[in-house]
Design a binder for this molecule. Structure first.
Ligand code: PLP
Length: 424
């Protein structure tokens, strides 16, 4: 065990899990690669953990933060006007497509979801919330209440009355043999049944990830969320899209993941990649929900000038370089390549994803662990996950080049071939 790992184990809780048998210390990064303490370079196919959305050491982000640091003003909280906050909010409002929207900034995805749940339960005077099976929304009491992923659910105590819906679980034998249309019909019938029988009064909101991140990049079939929204709208139930992983063009075909479904939600929550490594989260929501009296209060560090400088520079970079288009282009190369490999490698159970958010599901958690070790050896970082622990999640920086996409694909396919041969 390395000296740092021993010290880590002594003072950091053991549920803060580290990747790899011999965890690595990343000491620097440039472009879409990182370097560990031994000087080994890795192509980062997980973008930190979807945090370094436009890669490492991006001059535009570094210079924006340095300019802000040079002012000497670190943070004055919300007592004074903050130009960076207003500018970032204006951009996010425009991109969200939510009418008359306003933005509240937080420091993390958990706080963003907590804020959205507070706004929804306040607006609807209800503690009843709908969420999706296999979901992950964060570690606070509200966010964990709407999480349906046992390995991440650190408490079963809930301030909310939550009902979990079908929609991303069509692998269950219950739904075998169904077409997408049949599955959607069954899910909608179940939603109506929940609303008619399982709740005691008005429901505040549905919170859903357009592609479930921690759950293993599982997806609802096209059309499901639009049907859900129709049913919810009949009762004024709000739709919260958790875009902590799916936002900013990552899916290639839309700027926010839920827009792939033709749904304009009432609120979008975001975090992770927006600050390209700096802590930024937030909620963009309909103005009438945001402006409700006594809604949420302030966040001392939410929207601080350093994070706003990083986030404005990152978002401008994404837009100026059409990184959504790049995610579509490079993601297609990889997903097509993985699907072709899967067709001849029985060890691959499924390849799924959209744009630069794709997963390979293997037959067992042991094979997923092998995949992680072998790709690490070959110089590529990925993320393990999924409810069964047998999925590999990959979400490279949106700046991935076509050459890097091909290089990564080759490494992954080689490793899948090794694991397939071992399983034969
Ligand atoms: N929502 C989703 C979809 C996430 O993937 C995560 C984190 O992985 C969160 C919320 C929580 O975000 P944070 O870790 O910034 O609190």
């Amino acid at each position: 065990m390395s000296e740092l790992l021993a010290r880590h184990r002594a003072v950091i809780p053991n549920w803060v899990s580290l990747n790899y048998n011999e965890p690595i210390e990343i000491v620097s990064g440039k472009g879409n690669r990182v370097i560990d303490a031994d000087g080994k370079s890795y192509l980062d196919f997980f973008a930190g953990i979807l945090t370094n959305m436009i890669g490492y050491d991006v001059p535009e982000v570094r210079e924006a933060v340095e300019r802000q640091l040079a002012t000497g003003v670190v943070h004055t909280s919300t007592a004074y006007l903050l130009r960076g906050q207003v500018e970032l909010a204006e951009k996010i409002v425009r991109l969200s497509g939510i009418p008359d929207a306003k933005v509240f900034f937080t420091n993390s995805g958990t706080e963003a979801n907590e804020t959205a749940l507070l706004l929804a339960t306040y607006a609807r005077k209800s503690d009843q919330v709908l969420a999706m099976r296999q979901s992950y929304h964060g570690r606070s009491f509200g966010a964990i209440s709407v999480t349906a992923n046992r390995s991440w659910k650190n408490s079963s105590l809930s301030p909310l009355n939550v009902h979990f819906l079908h929609g991303t679980d069509r692998h269950l034998s219950l739904f075998q043999g169904m077409t997408d249309a049949d599955y959607i019909k069954a899910c909608v019938e179940d939603l109506r049944h929940v609303l008619a029988t399982s709740v005691s009064n008005d429901v505040a909101a549905l919170i859903a990830e357009p592609i479930q991140g921690v759950g293993g990049f599982t997806m609802a079939p096209d059309g499901l969320f639009a049907r859900y929204q129709e049913v919810l709208a009949e009762q004024g139930i709000l739709f919260i899209s958790d875009e902590v992983q799916t936002g900013w063009g990552r899916t290639g075909t839309a700027f926010f993941g839920i827009q792939n479904h033709g749904v304009t939600p009432d609120m979008i929550t975001f975090a992770k990649g927006l600050g390209n490594g700096f802590a930024v989260g937030g909620v963009v929501a309909r103005g009438d929900l945001m402006d409700a009296p006594h809604a949420v209060g302030l966040s001392t560090f939410g929207g601080n000038p350093i994070s706003m400088a990083a986030a404005n520079a990152t978002l401008d970079y994404v837009l100026d370089h059409n990184l959504q288009g790049n995610a579509a282009r490079t993601g297609k190369i990889i997903i097509d390549g993985l699907k072709a490999a899967a067709a001849r490698l029985p060890v691959v159970k499924e390849v799924r994803g959209k744009g630069l958010m794709f997963a390979v599901e293997l037959r067992s958690p042991a094979q997923a662990a092998r995949f992680m070790e072998e790709t690490k050896k070959a110089g590529l970082l990925a993320g393990k996950g999924g409810l069964g622990g047998n999925a590999i999640r990959m979400a490279p920086p949106l700046t991935l080049t076509v050459e890097e996409a091909t290089e990564g694909l080759d490494i992954i396919v080689n490793v899948l071939e090794i694991i397939n041969a071992e399983a034969a």
